[in-house]
Design a protein around this ligand. Structure first.
Ligand code: APR
Length: 175
């Protein structure tokens, strides 16, 4: 499923984000930028050790929830990885929605600064961090759609969703 917002196309696909070529790949990292499981584990595994080496050298203290930092992409089919930190779900009264939108906005703004034209994104916080999927999808799709409509200079932003269920929930949010 896809929809044009302003000058940018928002696309939803099912798949493994490490296999899809883009100028920049979004990651769902932790605040320590220490690596982990899920999509973060896959990105470091496929990208190789250069990504962690760059994170340790440039961001030894990590980056807080709601922000993002970029590195090279190692062996991944991209130029950059943009490591975003989503919130851990704590019931919804701890600023989670603002932090989740902030994580996506940080990725979009860094992608624009870098001059990326195409960007892939995972469903940040919707795995180990436990964000309810319906809400996570609504915030993800809404934040990207609004940014594209407001003129974010990206040609295509693709959410790469790891399961049929996640894709279906994102499709509902987009429609
Ligand atoms: N491609 C695309 N999506 C993936 C992939 C992949 N290869 N692997 C997992 N996912 C999906 C998950 O199914 C989920 O929908 O990414 C979404 C986000 O889940 P997590 O990776 O668990 O990310 P998050 O919920 O933000 O938790 C972040 O998990 O691994 C750690 O280091 C990471 O501590 C951080 C935490």
């Amino acid at each position: 499923m896809e929809h044009q917002f302003g000058g940018g196309l928002l696309v939803l696909v099912e798949g493994d984000i490490t296999l899809i070529a883009a100028d920049a790949i979004g990651n769902a990292a932790n605040a320590a930028l220490a690596g982990g499981g899920g999509v973060d584990g896959a990105i470091h595994r496929v990208g190789g050790p250069a990504i962690m080496a760059e994170l340790r050298a440039r961001h030894p203290y990590g980056t807080p929830a709601g922000t993002a930092v970029e590195t090279g992409a190692g062996q991944l089919p991209a130029r950059w990885v943009i490591h975003a930190v989503g919130p851990v779900w704590q019931g919804g009264d701890h600023g989670e929605s603002v932090q989740l939108a902030g994580a996506y906005l940080s990725v979009l703004s860094i992608a624009a600064e870098l001059g990326a034209r195409t960007l892939t994104l995972p469903a940040i916080s919707a795995g180990a961090y436990g964000y309810p999927l319906d809400d996570a999808a609504r915030i993800a799709v809404g934040t990207v759609a609004e940014s594209l409509r407001a003129g974010a200079p990206l040609e295509r932003v693709t959410f790469v969703l790891y399961s049929p269920r996640t894709l279906a929930v994102f499709e509902r949010a987009l429609s």
